[in-house]
Design a protein around this ligand. Structure first.
Ligand code: BES
Ligand code: ZN
Ligand code: ZN
Length: 522
């Protein structure tokens, strides 16, 4: 079973005065070291005869970032309780912090067993953040912060089913209402898509098989009006995907090459973007077997594929005016009597021969054939996402995905999208000199370039299968999974890539639209 919609928090939008709203609890933000209260905090302070000012004065609640304080007996407001959430110092404030603040409020409500809460648009008032950005960040934090993967927990209690049912976003006028409604719709679509990706990544390898991913893609396609085609071993063999099938050979689970396509219902010409996600549903390393420590984490080796499925769902749900194709070459990487061996040579779809040095460098092998498949869509850009190298975790840790490519503009666009969404990316070079490391004596190329610059030589390998199309590769090995709880990303699968790509694709179409509008006016 996939993402259960009934488990999802219901989001209402209401136009009611703050003093009249009746609910279990209302959350408001308070800045640290602020001379004056602002927004909803100020309003509640006035309505309650300065209760917040008083608490602030005691020093119990200085408004430190993610600090919480619940107030009772707040006469003057109709909600039963008031929750103060610390915003930290105003000059340090950001949308990323606001996501964390939203998550903090929602988790507080959950931990208290409270079933519904109110968040006013005036929760925080500060310069440089629009109403849309504010609601987007708060709600994203709330929805993603409440996430838990509980499908394999047998008892309800352990599964942590204690969770709020409803959040009400409170707006002050009709104009705001329209804006907030559409932002809520967009944010819900994106958050649900991130959650879908998280669910797929968390799911163990014996459940999330290549065929399971294909079924998930088909279900998304049915629900959101996309097309979906799944190629089996025979079809990919006929096409000549020898690199991808080389990896699949060691596994008894049938390989699935997933193709999803979203065509917007607009008449004008729209850009075409191909997204490719590594879909290794379990990476044992193959004959070049991985050491047993933490090998269970290799169920996450399809996080790139999960991000592509999630992004396809989101772009269809919010109807972006971009033609998007998603490719997920899915297979397990296991050792067996049929498995690829070090020293073997495979022929990729592009015709290039590849000498296998390590069967554990399998991600680049499956991506190579997907990259060669992409040009048939005549894309304006190709973006691949992959948990590709352990070296990327050494280079950037968990705080950024590595980004490489052949087009500076596209890299820059992704960097900006990364900064805006908090799914940050950081560039590494693909200079020609690195190419020498993957020259093979007996084939066209080899799949490992030694220990030095392991992330870059992997990226370079991919580049060899990309033509002139603008292309970027995102190495998400360090960002797809977190061992620690983060403000709005509970420990486990992060769903990385979905928010980043949706942001990129949203602005892509905006840029086009803006330039067109300007042209029309002049
Ligand atoms: N899936 C792994 C990379 C990985 C490692 C992802 C740790 C997430 C956490 C990939 O297939 C792999 O095994 N890469 C090798 C490449 C090496 C053999 C050149 C690696 O990084 O060790
Ligand atoms: Zn591997
Ligand atoms: Zn792998």
């Amino acid at each position: 079973m996939l993402h259960k919609e009934e488990r999802v928090l219901k989001v209402n939008v209401k136009e009611t005065a703050l003093e009249h709203i009746q609910d279990e609890i209302i959350a408001v933000g308070v800045f640290e070291k602020a001379k004056m209260l602002k927004g909803a905090a100020k309003k509640i302070d006035m309505l309650t005869g300065r209760i917040i000012t008083e608490v602030y004065g005691f020093g119990d609640f200085p408004g430190k970032l993610y600090q919480t304080q619940m107030l009772y007996a707040t006469e003057g407001v109709q909600t039963k309780r008031v929750l103060l959430v610390g915003l930290g110092e105003e000059k340090e404030f950001s949308l990323e912090k606001l996501r964390g603040v939203g998550a903090t409020a929602a988790r507080f409500v959950r931990d208290k067993g409270i079933k519904s809460f109110v968040v006013p648009v005036s929760f925080v008032q500060t310069r440089g953040i629009s109403v849309r950005e504010k609601i987007g960040a708060l709600l994203e934090g709330i929805l993603l912060g409440l996430y838990r993967f509980s499908e394999f927990k047998s008892s309800q209690k352990e599964a942590g089913e204690k969770r709020p049912d409803t959040v009400t976003i409170l707006v002050s006028d009709a104009d705001e209402l329209r804006n907030v409604r559409s932002e809520v719709h967009r944010t819900e679509a994106i958050a649900h898509a991130s959650i879908l990706a998280r669910d797929l990544v968390s799911r163990p390898g014996n459940s999330a098989t290549p065929n399971f991913l294909a079924q998930a893609a088909k279900k998304i396609a049915r629900q959101h009006g996309l097309s979906c085609k799944v190629l089996d071993k025979k079809a990919t063999a006929q096409m000549g995907m020898g690199s991808y099938l080389g990896v699949a050979r060691g596994s008894d689970e049938p390989a699935r090459f997933i193709i999803m396509e979203y065509k917007p219902a607009v008449r004008r010409k729209v850009p075409t973007v191909v997204l490719i996600g590594k879909g290794i549903t379990f990476d044992s390393g193959g004959i070049s077997l991985k050491p047993p420590n933490n090998m269970e984490e290799m169920k996450t080796d399809m996080a790139g594929g999960a991000a592509v499925l999630g992004t396809m769902q989101a772009v269809a749900a919010i109807k972006l005016p971009v033609h998007v194709v998603g490719l997920v070459p899915a297979t397990e990487n296991l050792p067996s009597g049929h498995a690829l061996k070090p020293g073997d040579i495979v022929r990729a779809l592009s015709g290039k021969t590849i000498e296998i040095i390590s069967t554990d460098a399998e991600g680049r092998l499956v991506l190579a054939d997907a990259l060669s498949y992409a040009p048939r869509y005549k894309p304006d850009a190709i973006i691949d996402l992959a948990t590709l190298t352990g070296a990327c975790i050494i280079a950037l840790g968990n705080h950024a995905s590595g980004i490489m490519g052949n087009n500076e503009k596209l890299i820059e666009k992704l960097r900006r999208a990364g900064d805006r969404t908090g799914e940050r990316v950081w560039p590494l070079p693909l200079w020609e000199e690195y190419g020498k490391q993957i020259k093979s004596d007996i084939a066209d190329i080899k799949n490992v370039g030694g220990r030095e610059a392991g992330t870059i030589t992997a990226g370079y390998f991919l580049k060899e299968f990309v033509g002139d199309t603008p292309w970027v590769h995102l190495d998400i090995a360090g960002t797809a999974w977190t061992k620690k709880d983060c403000p709005y990303i509970p420990k486990g699968a992060t769903g990385v890539g979905v928010r980043l790509l949706v942001e990129l694709l949203s602005n892509w179409s905006d840029v086009k639209r803006e330039t067109k509008e300007v042209k029309r006016k002049t």
